[in-house]
Design a protein around this ligand. Structure first.
Ligand SMILES: Nc1ncnc2c1ncn2[C@@H]1O[C@H](COP(=O)(O)OP(=O)(O)O)[C@@H](O)[C@H]1O
Ligand SMILES: [Mg+2]
Length: 207
């Protein structure tokens, strides 16, 4: 259905401005609903342990993965004149056993939040570190951070903070990111103090 809509839009030169705008609205609403459905399904699958077999099935270098993800989100960041900096991302490799697609989902959610909740002109730092038996991916931003009273709530499903409710979203991003990390024997934590930019850390057992 979404594909067909895109096709119609691509050929919509012949449509008048009003009709075109309506189609574009329908298309972006549909996109948002599809994303919500996909997230609800993923959450249910994580809860049900359905994905357990594919966890740890791949050997992934987190430095390489973060380089790929930064490439992917750079256009989004550039729209807001946000710089994305890579820290501690040279050799050596920092490998984990994981399901790559799930890890991409978790890490993308953190980058997406950092871009979404950082005002234009800000900066995001991404670091990949080895700490004893774990690999840590840290995503820090220069946005307003998470208020003290919201720190424990933001990982709950459907919770959206004062910042979140201003834009599109479902309040499932952090729940999913943490669910995926925990399914891999790791975790996601908010590490920054309140009100001074946000730093989220994903911790995963080293391969
Ligand atoms: N980088 C960040 N800086 C400040 N607040 C954040 C950041 N990331 C998440 N939050 C807060 O946590 C809430 C929950 O995030 P999330 O689960 O991704 O849901 P959503 O982004 O759909 O609101 C957001 O609504 C926002 O209030
Ligand atoms: Mg989010």
């Amino acid at each position: 259905m979404h594909g067909e809509l895109s096709l119609i839009l691509a050929r919509a030169g012949a449509l008048d401005g009003e009709a075109r705008m309506q189609l574009e609205r329908v298309s972006s609403e549909l996109e948002a609903h599809l994303q919500t459905c996909a997230r609800l399904l993923l959450l249910a699958q994580l809860d049900g342990g359905v994905l357990d077999r594919q966890l740890r099935s791949e050997d992934v270098d987190l430095v390489m993965l973060m380089r790929e993800l930064i490439e992917l989100v750079t256009p989004l960041a550039e729209e807001k004149a946000i710089r994305v900096e890579r820290l501690h991302m040279g050799a050596p490799a920092r490998r984990v056993h994981c399901c790559k697609a799930l890890l991409v989902e978790a890490l993308f959610n953190l980058l997406d939040n950092a871009i979404r909740y950082t005002p234009g002109g800000g900066r995001i730092d991404v670091a990949v570190l080895r700490r004893e038996r774990h690999v840590i991916v840290a995503v820090s931003d220069t946005g307003p951070g998470v208020p003290a009273q919201e720190r424990r709530l933001i990982f709950q499903r459907f919770y959206r903070g004062a910042l979140g409710t201003k834009g599109a979203g479902t309040g499932l991003g952090l729940t999913i990111a943490r669910g995926i990390a925990r399914a891999h024997g790791g975790d996601v934590r908010l590490c920054s103090p309140s009100g001074r930019g946000a730093t989220f850390q994903v911790r995963l057992p080293v391969a």
